[in-house]
Design a protein around this ligand. Structure first.
Ligand SMILES: Nc1ncnc2c1ncn2[C@@H]1O[C@H](COP(=O)(O)OP(=O)(O)OP(=O)(O)O)[C@@H](O)[C@H]1O
Length: 428
């Protein structure tokens, strides 16, 4: 279970570059099951926005000139997207010329804006038809991407979210009556709508699959994803963009893209920071805990209950996990965007979740794979705060040392042992 501890303000999520004043706070937590009588000290630091890429040669407006409508660029600037991040600088010239692309860059590097600008450059704002489709793995990521797309579109076109737990029946008649230009969808909701003939994907100009390795890795979703890529629309008639911070065996994936006609034959792999997949400013620590049993993390509800009792009145502790109903998930999600908080979450929040001011991640269990570790860690150290040092602390058992070492070798990062006594204060 990943525990993202952060002091954040909603405005920072919606308006990059905005820095609300934050107090420095140290929280003492007594972890729940295996740690018994210890107090865990959580430090939450205030952090200031860093100037993003002062050294970047051109502004976003210059990179997109003549390709992205002026009103979209205007909105982007108002929101705070002025200078392109590295992945945007590298990919936008290709994306805006209509090239199929695999965007492969570190977590929090700004892939969403890169592919959305491509979407806005390709759609015809005067046409009433579904022209762009962004496929996401989770409802929460869908809400986030929809929000950025709406922010950029202002009222120039409609962006509809077709997400699990949504009102698909009602949305079906809306899509038919007034087709939105852009749809952001999870795979099951999208397939339901297409199978019920609410709309076709024939007129799609841009198809984006975000967190592509995650969706391909789900046995439940993979056959539907293949249909979206090949049966419902043809690669030759659209621009196809895949995005993720991790594309294991990317050469093989590139080969498959061409072989299976998921993309055109001249698809480009934009790989930013290939040598260092993990953002370098993250500070990794681990605590070896003798009484902890591998693969036996405390339940989320136990952790939440404990933390809520410990922080009554001083800190909001929120929960986000798959088992919650969609309304409760939506409430938690909008709450975390609203004020300072500590979020207790399962891996549902480990992909794409963008809370830019998250400064600490606490892994109560060791993630199963190096890729999972990378994505959980990537919830911190995100643009525009990425130049500041952020921390990832993982509780492991003695048996898990070698697994963590394997992750370090694979992702090329260094994880320092945190002596138990510097992290815990004996309270009994
Ligand atoms: N050019 C820019 N200027 C300022 N902020 C930016 C810029 N581009 C993106 N951001 C901000 O950077 C943060 C991370 O962006 P985004 O969510 O797109 O990352 P990502 O690469 O998709 O990460 P992940 O792989 O974790 O999903 C967001 O808060 C976004 O608003």
């Amino acid at each position: 279970m990943a525990v993202a501890a952060a002091m954040a303000a909603a405005a920072a999520a919606a308006f990059p570059g905005y820095t609300p004043p934050l107090p420095t706070t140290t929280f003492n937590i007594t972890p729940v099951t295996h740690l018994g009588p210890f107090t865990l000290r959580l430090h939450v630091r205030p952090r200031r926005a860093a100037a993003i890429t002062a050294a970047a040669a051109a502004t976003l407006r210059e990179v997109c000139a003549g390709r992205v409508p002026d009103h979209v660029l205007q909105r982007a600037e108002e929101v705070g997207y002025v200078v392109p991040t590295e992945v945007q600088e590298q990919s936008l010239p290709l994306l805006l010329s209509g090239q199929d692309c695999i965007l492969h860059a570190q977590t929090g590097s700004g892939k969403t804006l890169a592919y959305l600008l491509s979407v806005f450059s390709a759609i015809d704002f005067s046409r009433s038809s579904v022209q762009a489709l962004v496929v996401v793995p989770t409802r929460e990521l869908g809400i986030q991407v929809t929000k950025v797309a709406r922010l950029l579109a202002a009222k120039a076109c409609t962006v509809m979210a077709l997400l699990d737990g949504g009102m698909l029946k009602r949305q079906k008649s809306w899509v038919k009556a007034e087709p939105p230009a852009i749809i952001v969808a999870t795979v099951p909701s999208l397939c339901q709508m297409v199978e019920r003939r609410a709309f076709t994907l024939q007129s799609i100009r841009v198809l984006v699959i975000d967190e592509v390795d995650f969706i391909f890795g789900s046995s439940k979703q993979v056959s539907s994803l293949r249909k979206i890529l090949t049966s419902y629309s043809a690669a030759s008639s659209r621009q196809t963009i895949f995005a993720s911070a991790s594309i294991p065996q990317h050469n093989r994936f590139l080969h498959d893209c061409i072989q299976h006609k998921w993309t055109k034959g001249d698809v480009v792999h934009v790989h930013v920071n290939p040598v260092q997949p993990m953002p370098s400013h993250l500070c990794h620590k681990y605590v070896s805990e003798r009484s902890k049993k591998a693969g036996n993390p405390p339940s989320t509800s136990a952790v939440v209950e404990f933390l809520r009792n410990s922080y009554k009145g001083s800190l909001d502790v929120l929960l986000l996990e798959e088992d919650m109903n969609f309304n409760a998930r939506a409430a938690s999600f909008s709450d975390v965007k609203g004020r300072g908080f500590m979020l207790v979450s399962t891996d549902i929040a480990s992909r794409g979740f963008d809370l830019p001011q998250t400064s600490h991640i606490y892994n109560f269990d060791l993630p199963k794979t190096a890729t999972d570790y990378l994505h959980r860690a990537g919830r911190t150290g995100r643009e525009p705060f990425s130049r500041l040092e952020c921390g990832v602390t993982t509780l492991i058992t003695e048996d898990e040392h070698f697994v963590l070492q394997r992750f370090q070798n694979e992702l090329k990062f260094h994880c320092e042992e945190l002596p138990l006594e510097s992290m815990f204060t004996l309270t009994s």
